[in-house]
Design a protein around this ligand. Sequence first.
Ligand code: CU
Length: 168
Amino acid sequence: MVNSQLLMRSEAKAVGLKKRSPYRFVPSSESLALSARRLQPRASFILLVMFLLILTGCRRAGQNDLADIGVNVAVNPNPPQVGQAAVTVTLSEADGQPITGAKVELEGNMTHAGMAPTLAQPSEVSPGRYEAPLDFTMAGDWFILVRATLPDGRKLERQVDVPGVKGQ
Ligand SMILES: [Cu+2]
């Protein structure tokens, strides 16, 4: 913010200089080139800041929402293999209290394109523990998207990598 304000101010100054110049003095082409060069590092710094803001924006929208909520995912058998696996999701508050009464959904995907995801809706088997069978339909690298709607309406999504699912 501060830096974009600085840039806007120095641009305004440059514009003001151009406007006044017919009446007062014509800046040499050398000094114009100098001021343009001075702007460049600032401009690239602002681009960097914008880039970082976009990155944090994406992260916030993605897996790091409700970062203080504990989402633990266990896959059984471990190491995983092709076929039906039992996926257990444990949800806990920041202080470790189990979160009961959440609505949990699982989406199994492979890391390569072109495969239909496998879906499951775990049910709560004990306080804060949600379990469902999930189909690993092919050997290779998988990831599971865990989506949960907490009893108070907050929603979270986490991605858990399940690399190297073995063929049978
Ligand atoms: Cu596949």
